[in-house]
Design a binder for this molecule. Structure first.
Ligand code: GLN
Ligand code: ZN
Length: 761
């Protein structure tokens, strides 16, 4: 019985790679310094896995930036704007593609399936001259071998690579990317041959696109590609690794009949239905890599439960062909629990980060082979039991309230147009009202004040004084700019989820639980371990303080339940929607307290609602249903005269527009920086939208200051599609990453544009 790890985090337990990369990019250290840090990280990871006893240890899962970009480098598919002259791709070209340079912008980045990891999207077309331009896979294999570790080199599979690409600039949008298979396979063959020559006996191709709803034409590409590679692969054991969802039946058929393939890997954590497919049929003689240890969460494995599944699968695949594995690369979880010195001991006993998951995989493999580590298993059982009955986890009242949620639709009593009338009587806003999304620039001084308060270096009194002063400054600025609906600027928050998580019960925070988001950027998601409730008001003090400083309406500013959920590590002992309903009820309490405190406009941000959309189409309707329901729960109890806003950080919601309408917010503001067209096309196509809407009129991600004319122009375009009386004027997103020197003139021009158009209407 053997063990396998799909992939491992690269950043290091204390984000060593991040700091090495950033120091290199800043010119503070040399390429050799960076390479040394990287080599040390790889070596320690390989040795750690070997030491634990893992049989199939991955190599080439390290990356200086991203594994898709590494594949682009391997294939020499460098877009012409980077002026690459051939030869082996070095740091210059590689990081220019990743981050841009003084003269050319970076390649596009997008989310890796439904994770928070972002990859660099290949830009391909008929003109690309592929060449073998990065020997990284072979070099890493050899490097591990020299350290005495025989690894399984991992490559992004050729079909997934193409399916995740986009047509380059100037290439027709309809260009069939899969027709490039014939051009990239010769390079894959070279890589495979070199790996064989270097002594590799296994190779792993990651083909995660197999879990998507692919048409038969796309599935055929897998059949063709591996048939083409078959002779080159002969003599090797070949693993096709899939992950992130239930594999569709058709894709399963394709996968199990691929030529030249000897092993199949599955995510059995998210793919619970895949287990049934495997049980109904598994090809004789092939290895089954069973991903039972969750690579996307931080919970310790329920070893006894996993062992049951593995026992069943053993009967299907055969004893010597079953390999215990992780559900996906461990890239998507935190690195090492050992460094969590501040975490409560009981909660800590429920967790496993990447380093601990490696141990779990190995323990399961040993148990299947008849060498069960009894002490380890009983410690695991004890932790599972303590988690089940810990009073920290269960709050009867919350459970009851959340269970009752299903019985009602939670809708506001009056329809949106009547509500807007009632609100207008109270708020008396001009047409094209102006507002902002919430945060104002977070200055170094402000960050220092928060840090010192957290470290008990300044008193609560001094802290409150400093934050109040900041709010006053922001309020005065907005009045001076003549903005209609004001915000307090969010100076007390460093993060829109952490701020609420820290005040809600059921949340825990790590010190080093970082997960790579893109390049050197990492996020540290809170851990939702128990029933969520709100012991006391979270924002009422700051919002009412801000409201007392002005006669204009002050927006209360909250993060919505779906966004809090999607940006956290979520408990796995109850369905996600139940946890979301609990958070929704806690936010509802806050909304109602804000209303009582005289806040008439409340914004509930759902920046990440779309992010949680399941990969499989068949699962999307259910998700949208409970996500939208959760949002409605938060504000179904307010009066007609209280105006509920929401905000979203994307404009590609053509496919979910009906769910967005069903959220029934009074006003929605949307990020819209890169394409008015995409967003407006929904409305042009006749979707009826009666609520207020504020598509961002300028891009806050760039330091550029938009002119009045430019903004007026964009508003005019929107007016061509949307009714005058529902349009709001606002930037794209929060302003916290910008400088005042940019924000002041930009907002000034924004207000001027709105006023200009008001006179013309
Ligand atoms: N209210 C938040 C802010 O302005 C929204 C941030 C976001 O959408 N990501 O910062
Ligand atoms: Zn946003």
């Amino acid at each position: 019985m053997a063990s396998h790890i799909v992939g491992y985090p690269r950043m290091g337990p204390k984000r060593e790679l991040k700091f090495a990369l950033e120091s290199f990019w800043d010119g503070k250290s040399s390429a050799d310094d960076l390479k040394k840090v990287a080599a040390d990280l790889r070596s320690s990871i390989w040795k750690q896995m070997a030491h634990v006893g893992i049989k199939y240890i991955p190599s080439n899962t390290f990356s200086y930036y991203d594994q898709m970009l590494d594949t682009t480098a391997m294939l020499g598919a460098v877009p012409p704007r980077y002026d690459w002259n051939g030869g082996e791709i070095g740091f210059d070209t590689y990081f220019s593609m990743a981050r841009g340079n003084a003269s050319v912008p970076a390649m596009e980045m997008t989310k890796w399936f439904d994770t928070n990891y972002h990859f660099i999207v290949p830009e391909l077309g008929p003109e690309v001259n592929f060449s073998y331009a990065s020997h990284k896979a072979v070099d890493e294999y050899k490097e591990a071998k020299a350290l005495g570790v025989d690894t399984v080199p991992v490559l992004i599979g050729p079909v997934s690579y193409l399916l995740l690409s986009k047509p380059a600039k100037g290439v027709e949008k309809s260009f069939p990317l899969l027709c490039l298979l014939g051009k990239i396979l010769p390079i894959y063959k070279k890589v495979i041959s070199e790996l064989k020559a270097a002594g590799a006996s296994w190779i792993q191709f990651d083909e995660p696109t197999l879990v998507l709803d692919l048409d038969s034409h796309k599935l055929q590409a897998f059949t063709d590609a591996y048939a083409e590679l078959e002779s080159t692969l002969s003599g090797l054991n070949v693993l096709i690794e899939t992950y992130f969802a239930n594999i569709p039946t058709e894709a399963y058929k394709t996968l199990t009949t691929l030529k030249g393939v000897t092993a199949l890997g599955f995510d059995l954590v998210r793919g619970t239905k895949t287990v049934d497919l495997i049980k109904s049929h598994f090809p004789k003689g092939k290895y089954l890599f069973a991903g039972v240890v969750d690579g996307r969460n931080i919970w310790a494995n329920d070893l006894a439960a996993s062992l049951n599944i593995l026992n069943d699968l053993e009967a299907v695949a055969g004893r010597d062909k079953l390999v215990v594995s992780t559900s996906c690369s461990l890239l998507h979880t935190a690195v090492d629990l050992v460094n969590e010195t501040k975490l409560d001991q009981e909660i800590k006993s429920w967790l496993a980060f990447a380093a601990q998951k490696v141990v779990e995989v190995n323990a399961l493999a040993k148990a299947l082979a008849g060498h069960k580590d009894e002490a380890f298993f009983s410690a695991s059982a004890a932790a599972q039991a303590s988690r089940k009955c810990s009073p920290r986890v269960t709050n009867e009242a919350v459970q009851k309230a959340a269970a009752a949620v299903n019985d009602s639709d939670h809708r506001r009593a009056t329809n949106v147009s009547a509500r807007l009338d009632a609100q207008q009587k109270k708020l008396n806003l001009p047409i094209l009202p102006t507002t902002t999304i919430g945060s104002f620039p977070q200055t170094i001084e402000l960050r220092r004040v928060r840090r010192e308060y957290k470290a008990n270096k300044i008193s609560e009194q001094d802290y409150i004084k400093a934050i109040k002063e900041e709010i006053k400054k922001v309020v005065e600025l907005q009045e001076e700019l003549d903005i209609d609906v004001l915000v307090h600027g969010e100076p007390e928050r460093n993060d829109m989820v952490e701020y609420f998580g820290e005040q809600l019960s059921g949340f825990a925070f790590t010190v080093n639980g970082w997960v790579q988001s893109y390049g050197s950027r990492c996020v540290k998601p809170p851990i939702i371990y128990g029933d969520v409730s709100r012991p006391k008001p979270m924002t009422v003090f700051w919002s009412s303080t801000a409201q007392s400083m002005t006669a204009r309406p002050m927006k209360g500013m909250l993060t919505g339940p779906v966004t809090i959920l999607n940006w956290s590590f979520v408990r796995n002992d109850q369905p996600r929607h139940e946890t979301c309903y609990q958070i929704a009820l806690a936010i509802k309490d806050e909304v109602e307290d804000l209303e009582k405190a005289g806040i008439n406009v409340i914004q509930i941000d759902e920046a990440a609602l779309r992010e949680g959309l399941p990969l499989r189409k068949s699962e999307q309707a259910f998700y949208l249903d409970w996500a939208v329901h959760s949002f409605r729960i938060t504000n179904c109890g307010v009066q007609d005269t209280t105006q509920i806003h929401t905000h979203m950080c994307y404009s590609n919601f053509n496919d979910i527009i009906h769910s967005i309408i069903d959220m029934d917010a009074d006003v929605i503001t949307i990020e819209n920086s890169r394409s008015d067209e995409k967003l407006l096309s929904v409305f042009r196509e006749g979707v009826k939208y009666g609520a207020g809407i504020g598509p961002g009129v300028y891009d806050i991600h760039s330091p550029r200051i938009p002119s009045t004319e430019e903004i007026a122009d964009r508003i005019n375009k929107m007016l061509a599609v949307l009714e005058t009386n529902i349009l709001w004027v606002n930037p794209d997103c929060g302003l916290k990453t910008r400088k005042y020197a940019e924000v002041k003139p930009a907002l000034k021009n924004m207000v001027a544009a709105a006023k200009l158009l008001r006179t013309e209407l």
